[in-house]
Write a protein that binds this ligand. Structure first.
Ligand SMILES: N[C@@H](CCC(=O)N[C@@H](CS)C(=O)NCC(=O)O)C(=O)O
Length: 236
């Protein structure tokens, strides 16, 4: 059994899709990153970097429990556990998939994160607003143009559905939030619709906060916890 430390977020969704595709048994461990659960000693024993996703596989190598963090490492672990599934068997194509997986976690995810931060969350810094929005906006557009070019003549990033697609898809679904209009990247839009049709992509990540009708969006306290700053209070 695998414990998945979860919160409704694109990086967690990658792991959910992989677990579902591979048919591996898992259970949710709700980790409220708005309430600061990621900074608890118990959580930091699993992920010293205080972020979701993280997993504990109670049946890890040698039958012993293993804790893993960082979405790319978790995806590769799950693939290996399932005998190399979700990666091409051909070595050249497998390495191609690795490149796109690394591209997502080192470029697409972080740049999208910065773009949404400066578009939606950062308190106004006057003249500097435009600078940050321009910098991250341009970089994220460049990355989507690159993705679109890659998908122009193939159904999936390395022809067959792989970890590379799983890593990119949940972020592409949030493109609006980081200021990207996916309709101007038609190959990305078609690829995204293809993946969205898979049952694994439709699984709902449980969110106990949604059962509380008084909770909607981020409160100033949750915002301050998440960004470890009081700055957000100025915007609310
Ligand atoms: N590079 C990490 C990024 C993980 C990440 O940024 N997780 C966010 C949610 S999507 C988080 O836990 N944020 C809480 C925080 O920064 O305190 C990965 O790919 O797993």
């Amino acid at each position: 059994m695998i414990d998945l430390y979860s919160f409704p977020s694109p990086n967690v969704r990658k792991i959910v899709i992989a677990l579902e595709e591979l048919g591996l048994a898992y259970r949710w461990v709700w980790t409220d990153i708005g309430a600061g659960d990621q900074f608890s000693d118990a959580f930091r024993a699993v992920n010293p970097n205080s972020k979701v996703p993280a997993i504990v596989d109670h049946d890890g190598p040698g039958g012993r429990p293993i804790a893993l963090f960082e979405s790319a490492a978790i995806l590769l672990y799950l693939s290996e556990k399932a005998g190399g599934a979700l990666l091409p068997t051909d070595p050249a194509r497998r390495w191609d998939a690795m490149c796109w997986l690394a591209w997502q976690v080192a470029n697409h995810g972080p740049m999208a994160g910065q773009a949404v931060h400066f578009l939606r969350y950062a308190p106004s810094q006057g003249v500097h607003d435009e600078y940050a929005q321009d910098r991250y906006g341009r970089e994220i557009e460049r990355l989507y143009a690159m993705l679109d070019e890659r998908l122009a003549d193939r159904e999936y990033l390395v022809d067959e559905f792989s970890l590379a697609d799983i890593a990119c898809f949940p972020w592409v679904r949030l493109a609006d939030g980081h200021g990207v209009d996916v309709s101007v990247h038609p190959h990305v839009a078609a690829w995204s619709a293809r993946i969205a049709a898979r049952p694994s992509a439709r699984v709902r990540i449980p969110d106990p906060r949604k059962e509380d009708p008084t909770v909607s969006g981020w409160s100033a306290e949750q915002f301050a916890t998440l960004f470890r700053s009081d700055a957000g209070k100025a915007t609310r």
